[in-house]
Design a protein around this ligand. Structure first.
Ligand code: AMP
Ligand code: ZN
Ligand code: FE
Ligand code: FE
Length: 275
């Protein structure tokens, strides 16, 4: 059987709807051989006794996280792989999460100014229905709450009307710079990968990002068109960068995207795993 590893997915420790255990079981069921859980700004899933389950399922697990950053005013996600547990990266991620809470407050204020009343407490309660332990709350949770309270008819409508960049209630918040994030990732000998570069629309920003000391970029992504993937693969190959890939599975938060719809071979998986 072909080795397939999905290197980008979210659990209910951030804005996915599956528990880490459910995600591992699903990965096995659909025939994946490897997986990396990449929650936003937390590696809590890996403290959830999942290595024993992975072993039982004969599934290879690569530690990972998707870290929020900012480059010249543009929001950039940095995927980190082979992240050591109980390292100083945990302390850094805590700081990243604190910035996220502040940003959520800004978005809540903007919604209030448009007479959409949601409170931080309601947001925490909604997240707790879905999450266990530590909470990383983001725009998908805000979207779900707006839906629950009848302000919009779908999560997508919430993003399109209010929450996406440029929409009336968007707030970027303050984030660590992409360069700083790459440095923190390298300090613990993990790999720093530019996530879904096709989603960055500003050409100058892309060109400048490609000059940063990333180890690779995410060339295979979700349901990206083949010609788009080809573009990023060629760029990465020229630079000698690792080309990663994954579905960006979020469960119910993005119901149209199945786990395993993008994946990498054992060659890439092993390259990321070795120090
Ligand atoms: P945040 O980390 O709070 O900025 O939220 C980022 C997450 O929101 C992404 O991982 C996606 O799951 C989701 N998201 C971002 N932009 C959109 C969009 N335009 N439509 C739907 N979901 C989106
Ligand atoms: Zn997400
Ligand atoms: Fe992302
Ligand atoms: Fe993601």
């Amino acid at each position: 059987m072909t080795f397939k590893a999905d290197l980008h997915c979210h659990t209910n420790h951030s804005d996915g709807s599956f528990t880490p255990q459910e995600l591992l079981n699903l990965a096995k069921k659909i025939g994946l051989s490897g997986l990396s859980i990449t929650d936003h700004d937390t590696i809590a899933a890996y403290y959830d006794n999942i290595f024993d389950l992975a072993k039982k399922l004969n599934l290879q697990l690569l530690t990972g996280v998707e870290i929020s950053s900012e480059f010249n005013g543009v929001s950039i996600h940095v995927l980190a792989y082979n992240v050591p547990l109980n390292s100083k990266l945990d302390d850094f991620l805590q700081l990243v999460r604190e910035k996220r809470y502040q940003r959520n407050r800004l978005i809540i204020e903007k919604l209030l100014s448009k007479n959409m009343v949601i409170t931080e407490e309601e947001l925490i309660n909604l997240a707790k229905e879905n999450q266990q332990g530590m909470t990383v709350i983001g725009r998908p949770h805000i979207a779900k709450l707006l839906l629950k309270k009848g302000y919009v008819r779908s999560i997508q409508e919430a993003f399109d009307k209010y929450l996406k960049k440029g929409a009336s209630c968007y707030a970027s918040g303050s984030k660590f710079s992409t360069i700083e994030v790459i440095e923190k990732v390298h300090e613990v000998n993990a790999k720093a990968i530019l996530a879904h570069p096709h989603a960055i629309k500003e050409k100058k920003v892309i060109n400048d990002l490609l000059e940063l000391p990333f180890d690779g970029l995410e060339g295979y992504y979700s349901r990206l068109y083949l010609h788009e993937e080809k573009k990023w693969i060629e760029i990465a190959e020229k630079k000698g960068w690792i080309i990663t890939g994954g579905s960006d599975f979020h469960g119910d938060f993005k119901p149209r995207i199945p786990l395993g719809c993008s994946w990498v071979s054992d060659e890439v998986f092993n390259e990321l795993q070795c120090l």
